[in-house]
Design a protein. Structure first.
Length: 79
């Protein structure tokens, strides 16, 4: 039913915590000019979209100027 587990010497378990590989990972590949240009273009597009939405949305956030006369609805005129 249950698999028999072999006893592991304590020294092996303690040594496993400080084990370091002597194999160095390969250096990361450099990005090509096209990839760099694409990243810049994407970032520029995102920033331009945010600035554009701010410019377009700012007039909607300003309070409306009130006239000297209060406006009356059409329902109040048709009595």
């Amino acid at each position: 039913m249950f698999g028999r587990r072999e006893p592991v010497p304590f020294a092996f378990v303690a040594e496993a915590d400080r084990f370091r590989s002597n194999v160095t990972p390969p250096p990361p590949e450099r990005s090509s000019v096209g990839e760099l240009a694409g990243r810049w273009l994407l970032g520029l597009t995102i920033v331009a979209g945010l600035v554009g939405s701010l410019v377009i949305g700012t007039p909607a956030l300003t309070p409306a100027k009130t006239a000297d006369q209060p406006q009356q609805s059409q329902a109040s005129e048709s009595r």
